[in-house]
Design a protein. Structure first.
Lengths: 357, 178, 250
């Protein structure tokens, strides 16, 4: 497969097609509208479905309706749009349907801004919608990784019959980088006859399927939520992904950072090394489940004095890091939350400040 | 080795395209590249810019405050970004539209009337390609044949543009290497 | 002795939870009869609303999805776009469709999504306990209009069928009632036609059904029927508002 130079947003659209997802519903919002623009041309070429919905609320239910039929389906949006979709996402979780959401984050709260941000961390990782609702959350740090994660997301959503969300920032969507697309995925949800409303006559059994999230009986709802919890627990066992940098030798500061921000930290780490200052980095690729043990292990190294969360939000990941570190090391935050991406030099300064304390 | 080029000008001057062609060319030479645009309302008529990062190693931060080189297509771009260029870099100034200088004595300032040259070729919209040709020739960031190949690839689907853009590239090269 | 009255095949045996005198049961039956008559139960997906009919899937025997309040037309859109071979209908009340779901129904209708909507208008929120709906009549008392609906404060009732009929795209828009046998027979035909048009992949089809809610209106079933005939029918006239162009031969 050839290397192509592609904008993140377009590559995400193409990745979904190559993951065998030929159904896309969306509503325009900066900075991810190029996904819809790309797929409005591309879906007809591959015999797929493209529809621009009337709102993000409606789109989340178009996704629900299609997912409930057992078809691969996805949408993309940005922060304010994801807030609107969070209603539908809660229903999709409750009704146990697989679907993929992509959030190319921009600044908030409210309209916020349109520049890169990571300020939807808590929203995505702590439930997103009402109820005992969790999503599997993945965070790419390059266009190539965004492609790979989109392609992984569909089988994962089907494995758990639960939505997966890709949390990228505006830069991942807007940047062009070389991409090599993995081979096409073929398999569709294999167990869909057991649950999907695909029409009774399409199935061997005569049983009708019902996709719902209403359980008026408290015992039934309790049992249903325990079943959901078991899935989230299984995600914690089986789906944690992360990358570590420079953790082999001694270091006095451990940085935890994800997405675009982690690349800046990697540059800072290399520059600090040339100055004789050793810093390690843990980059979570899954934000839920969070790589607690990896962070704990890296923070527990005897030489490590501080843990620093570097993110384009007001330290939303700090509490996950603190929980992982279990009080062994102090955890602090550096970042910006207005749309500016901190430079490697700024991260280096923050690290040096920490080393001086 | 990593190097960075910032292309800046009015929205509509083909800034993003010049950057994209350079990035494609570098990618085809198996270098790591990242093309990072400015986006949002400023694209609509204001200053547009993009940065192309080229490296022989995986690229860390794609956000560059101090690029190695600058291609400034209009005066606000030069005034805004000239001070950020690293010492020793090339600053290409579109002298058709910019009367002032970078006021830097530690950079290689190259003044080329790219808009006039493009008009002379019968296509003022090719000013961005003239600038690209001049910049590549002066900075030697890539071999000239590589950028020519990237121009051919970019206009593959609009074949009637290929010759004209290759001519624009060539005029830029001539202006940069007297 | 021959049986003269049979339950439609695609209605389940379960007793409904509806109040005495409620007309949901009749409308369920009309939907089931249409699906049986067309022989499409095996490829039908119903979408339940939020409202009194929230668990209406318990009374049908084919595939069903459960929507959030007002969002059924968006779900139906999702299904029809990815599985155009399925027969899809939404079953929605007035709070669901005409209030919180106004956006979804208008846009689905305007896109000409090829599903069927059965819209039950009984001028009140039923399940939540009788609050004002967009279709509540002027001066009608509800639990949130204890002095009657004041139109100078909250406007006149929304006529959904007329509103949707102003759009160019939707093909079949009809308003019917289930207040007496003659109305029920006409409603039956309209619902059947709506599904027929969908089967022929022709248009979005919409049947509003004027219905009663004796419990929340504080009336006996017969009083409720009288009140609906006298008060609602003059404001909500019955009949087809829009029918699709005849299919050209050849």
């Amino acid at each position: 497969m050839n290397k192509v130079l592609m904008k993140g947003n377009e590559a995400i659209g193409e990745a979904a097609i190559r993951a065998g997802c030929l159904n896309y519903f969306a509503y325009p919002i900066t900075p991810q509208s190029e996904v819809a623009e790309y797929l409005s041309k591309r879906m007809p070429e591959v015999g797929g479905v493209f529809l621009q919905g009337e709102s993000e609320v409606a789109v989340s239910y178009m996704i629900f309706g299609a997912a409930a039929c057992g078809e691969r389906v996805f949408t993309t949006s940005s922060s304010p749009g994801i807030s609107l979709m969070s209603e539908g996402i809660s229903y999709i979780v409750g009704a146990e349907c697989p679907a993929v959401f992509v959030n190319i984050m921009r600044g908030g709260p409210g309209l916020g801004g349109i520049l890169p941000s990571q300020a939807d961390y808590l929203q995505a990782t702590k439930g997103i919608g009402h109820g005992d609702c969790r999503l599997l959350v993945m965070a790419p740090a390059s266009v190539q990784e965004a492609v790979e994660m989109v392609m992984m997301a569909f089988p994962l959503a089907e494995k758990y019959r639960n939505p997966v969300i890709i949390l990228g920032d505006g830069l991942i969507g807007q940047m062009m980088e070389p991409v090599v697309f993995p081979d096409h995925l073929k398999s569709a949800p294999s167990n869909k006859d057991d649950w999907a409303t695909s029409g009774m006559e399409t199935r061997k059994s005569n049983k009708r399927n019902l996709v719902k999230s209403l359980y008026l009986d408290p015992e039934a709802l309790n049992a249903h939520n325990l079943k959901l919890k078991a899935k989230y627990d299984r995600m914690k066992e089986e789906e944690i992904r992360y990358v570590t940098y420079n953790t082999e030798g001694d270091y006095s500061v451990l940085i935890v950072s994800y997405g675009t921000m982690s690349r800046v930290c990697r540059s800072a780490l290399e520059s600090l090394k040339t100055q004789g200052l050793e810093v390690a980095l843990v980059r979570p690729q899954t934000l839920f489940p969070f790589p607690e043990k990896a962070v704990f292990d890296a923070a527990s190294k005897e030489s490590c004095r501080h843990v620093l969360s570097v993110e384009m939000s007001m330290g939303q990941m700090v509490e996950d890091i603190e929980r992982s570190v279990q009080g062994k090391r102090p955890v602090s935050w550096y970042g910006k939350c207005g749309g500016e991406v901190p430079t490697p030099e700024e991260v280096m300064d923050a690290v040096k400040d920490l080393m001086r304390t | 080795m990593q190097t960075e080029v910032m292309f800046a000008g009015f929205g509509g001057q083909g800034i993003l395209l010049s950057g994209k062609i350079l990035a494609e060319a570098a990618m085809d030479k198996d270098l790591e590249v990242a093309w990072v645009p400015s986006y949002g309302p400023e694209m609509r008529g204001g200053t547009a810019y993009c940065t192309v990062v080229i490296s022989d190693k995986p690229i860390g931060s794609p956000i560059i405050r101090n690029p190695m080189h600058l291609v400034a297509m209009n005066r606000p771009s030069l005034e805004k970004f000239a001070a950020a260029v690293k010492p020793g870099g090339v600053v290409l100034v579109n002298s058709s539209l910019i009367a002032v200088t970078s006021e830097r004595d530690d950079v290689d300032e190259l003044r080329v009337p790219v808009t006039e040259i493009a008009k002379g070729l019968g296509n003022p919209r090719a000013a961005n390609i003239v600038a690209l040709g001049a910049f590549v020739a002066r900075s030697r960031i890539l071999d000239f044949e590589v950028i020519q190949a990237a121009v051919r690839k970019e206009f593959e689907k609009k074949k009637h543009f290929i010759e004209m853009n290759l001519a624009a590239l060539e005029e830029g090269r001539k202006a940069a290497t007297p | 002795m021959a049986k003269t009255f049979l339950k439609p095949k695609c209605l389940s045996d379960q007793e409904t939870h509806y109040c005495p005198g409620c007309t949901h049961g009749i409308i369920h039956r009309l939907v089931a009869e249409a699906i049986d008559a067309l022989g499409i139960a095996g490829r039908t997906v119903g979408i339940a609303p939020v409202g009194c009919a929230v668990i209406c899937y318990n009374y049908f025997t084919f595939d069903f999805q459960e929507a959030a309040h007002g969002r059924a037309p968006a779900m139906a859109t999702g299904i029809k776009r990815v599985r155009p071979d399925l027969m899809v209908f939404t079953y929605q009340g007035d709070g669901d469709l005409a209030s919180i779901g106004m956006g979804e129904i208008v846009h689905a209708a305007n896109r000409g999504e090829k599903f069927t909507t059965v819209f039950v208008n009984n001028a009140v929120y039923g399940m939540t306990g009788g609050q004002m709906a967009p279709t509540t009549m002027p001066d009608q008392k509800t639990t949130t209009t204890p002095f009657g609906r004041r139109v100078e404060e909250v406007g006149m009732p929304v006529r959904m069928a007329e509103l949707l009929a102003t759009l160019s795209t939707p093909g079949y828009i009809s308003r019917q009632a289930v207040l007496a046998p003659k109305y029920v027979l006409r409603a039956k035909k309209a619902i059947r036609k709506a599904f027929q048009y969908q089967m022929e992949n022709r248009c979005f089809s919409f049947v509003e059904v004027i219905s009663t809610c004796p419990t929340n209106w504080g009336m006996t079933p017969t009083e409720a029927i009288d009140w609906a005939q006298k008060t609602m029918l003059p404001y909500y006239p019955l009949g087809d508002l829009k029918t699709p162009e005849p299919v050209k031969e050849g």
